[in-house]
Design a protein around this ligand. Structure first.
Ligand SMILES: NC(=O)C1=CN([C@@H]2O[C@H](COP(=O)(O)OP(=O)(O)OC[C@H]3O[C@@H](n4cnc5c(N)ncnc54)[C@H](O)[C@@H]3O)[C@@H](O)[C@H]2O)C=CC1
Ligand SMILES: O=C1[C@@H](O)[C@H](O)[C@@H](O)[C@H](O)[C@H]1O
Length: 333
């Protein structure tokens, strides 16, 4: 029987996830949707889905077996806590929450519930290229990872909605998570440098360079540009003791004409990570159907939140800001 899910937030990614849940994946049905903009929820609702007036009504509805949260970051805390209180598996888009205190509340509630319910939307972990990269590093033939660079370039971000904090508390969380996962390490401190601003970014603090100091003393260099113009360009290279492992260029037709020989670049995250999002939901549907969650956890969401908080402090202080985690609850081992 299909898993009946409710989707909260029917903006850009909410609509894309509704498309994959209704048109791409099997074993799942979108039974309900909601958004603070009810007109948007109505127009995004697939045939037969109920439009709920509030997230609370959707979360507690008996026909909704599992929830997908695609609202804005600051709304996630209350919605996650309501899902845990209702004992429903929940997929929550990144950032899991936007403060350390909120992350601790989610962890505390899930630990008290006694079973994993939360999966956070760190889709890079489901991308075939990143998975191959991790297999090589874990295989050990290259030796210990010493440095990793993570380049994160967005063609543009929505004017007005995307603020100067967001390269650090909305975009960087992907690089923080993938660094922890690829290197099997934790971030122990963060530094940020702000170069000359791009005139394409209006008043935004863009680009930013972030250095993640890992517990192993490996160093990750993250470069974020959110108004690069030419496309969505994600790169990564791990430098190890005996060699280097890098993400490949994306497969694309090689076009030759009077302008030269070239390959197209994805327009945005929807195109670059389309298969990763599909796979992330395939795995979520199986776990949620069994009443639990696998994949990136509330612990991973907490770790990324701490990195974002430290990065925001580091912009102001110019110093190396420490990241201190609580002891890991057994639920996340
Ligand atoms: N994993 C990924 O690659 C991506 C993740 N995201 C994340 O997904 C979330 C949504 O992003 P977008 O779709 O780009 O934003 P968006 O602004 O296009 O859509 C967000 C929707 O949530 C609704 N909303 C906001 N607060 C709400 C609340 N309290 N209750 C109900 N609805 C509420 C808004 O009205 C809007 O329709 C963000 O957390 C963002 O960081 C976004 C893009 C890519
Ligand atoms: O999560 C995402 C967006 O919310 C964020 O704004 C972008 O910078 C990221 O590249 C994208 O993957």
């Amino acid at each position: 029987m299909a898993l009946k899910v409710g989707v909260i937030g029917t903006g850009m990614i909410g609509q894309d996830h509704i498309r994959r849940l209704t048109q791409v994946l099997s074993g799942v049905e979108v039974a309900g949707v909601t958004d603070i903009d009810l007109a948007r929820a109505k127009s995004a609702a697939p045939a037969g889905a109920t439009v709920y007036e509030t997230p609370e009504a959707l979360i507690t509805a008996p026909e909704v077996q599992a929830v997908v949260i695609c609202s804005w970051g600051p709304a996630h805390e209350a919605q996650l806590l309501a899902c845990i209180a209702a004992g429903k598996p929940v997929f929550c888009e990144k950032p899991m929450v936007t403060s350390e205190a909120a992350a601790l509340k989610v962890i505390e509630a899930e630990v008290a519930f006694g079973r994993r319910l939360v999966q956070v939307g760190f889709m890079r972990r489901f991308d075939a290229d990143y998975r191959r990269l991790k297999r090589v590093i874990d295989g050990g033939t290259l030796g210990a990872p010493l440095m990793y660079y993570s380049k994160h370039r967005n063609a543009s971000v929505p004017e007005g909605l995307y603020t100067s904090e967001m390269p650090l508390n909305d975009t960087l969380v992907h690089d923080a998570d993938i660094s922890r996962w690829l290197l099997s390490d934790e971030v122990s401190a963060v530094e940020v440098r702000v170069p000359r601003r791009s005139t394409r970014g209006r008043d935004l603090r863009d680009p930013v360079m972030v250095m993640l100091h890992m517990a192993s003393e490996a160093i990750v260099d993250v470069e974020i540009s959110v108004n690069i113009g030419y496309g969505y360009d994600i790169r990564g290279e791990v430098s190890c003791e005996n060699g280097i492992a890098a993400l490949p260029n994306r497969p694309a037709a090689v076009v030759t004409d009077a302008n030269g020989i070239r390959q197209a670049i994805p327009e945005d995250w929807r195109e670059r990570f389309i298969e990763a999002y599909d796979q992330e939901f395939r795995e979520w549907i199986v776990a949620a159907g069994a009443g639990t969650a696998t994949g990136p956890s509330a612990w991973d969401g907490y770790a990324a939140t701490l990195v974002a908080d430290a990065a925001l402090r580091a912009v102001d202080s110019g110093a190396r800001e420490p990241v201190t985690m609580i002891d890991k609850p057994a639920l996340y081992n």
